[in-house]
Design a protein. Sequence first.
Length: 343
Amino acid sequence: MIFTINFILKISALFKRILRNKIIIILIMFCVIALINSFLFYYFEVLIGPQKNLSYVHCFYWAIVTMATVGYGDIVPQTVEGYIVTALAIVLGISIFTLLISSLAEIFLNKSMRKYYGLIKVKNADIVVIGGTEICREVIDELKLNVKDSKMTWVLESQPRSVPEDIEFVVGNLNDEETLKRAGIEKADNIIICTFDDSLSIHLALLSKKLNKNAKITALAISKKTEELLNEINVNSIPLRIIGRTLASTVFEPSVAEFIEEATSAKGIVDLIEIDVDKNLVDKTLKEIIEVFKDKKKYKIRPLMIVRKEYNTIKRIPVTDEEIKISKEDKIVALKIKEQTKQ
């Protein structure tokens, strides 16, 4: 009994989905009318008519060809009733195909409009950027230069003035779970929160953790307190005071500020990069690693810092000697020096 009820419910749900789909309804209409026309043609032209050599299959073929307005002319009516059925088939065929084309155009238009207004549902996003600030736009531009194969989604509260190429965007309430789900946050590897509202950033960090426990989450922190709270819930925080320090540097050491801007963007002639130590680099000195990158990667690096994990603590060791040996699980922060084109 329970099985029967479940089966009926499933069939009912299937019919509801079919009834909501215009294309399926139109195709069903086409098939039903084709069957009726083929039967009428078979009755008037074969059963009581002169074309005894035709089978019902021939008549169904005639109905499809006639309704599709192709009209090969290999099967033609020879009775008055047959001509009437043919005229009816042509009119109904044109009507159904017109309805089909308009329905397809409506579907494509709705899809385009939903995409234009950010109402789409994104599947399989690798990186989700949340916030409508200019910092978010800068984040996206840098990610496009450095992780070209990753699929990115930008979540905003209002439609952006312009959207970077190959970036999907979703518009909605940032606090709403459904908005974040539409952005593909549940399967994202990285989530970046770049709002200027600390309470909103904390809320979004917690909501992101709820929806995706495995994602790496990074958030902008305006205050020191927010930075501490984000770190407490294992969210990487980027303090806004870094910008303040850079602004101050423009007064007493402007070259340092210019270097920071140059080195923190992949667009410059130098770029700050992080090097993961693999089996090919373990137990090599920094000097040897520099040569490896020069020979195999075809660009120069200048190591600045070694990030080393020892007894559950992270040590940051400034590079003062290129003879330092690199251990497994070390990370190297280095300057990537790009080749400059000769004028």
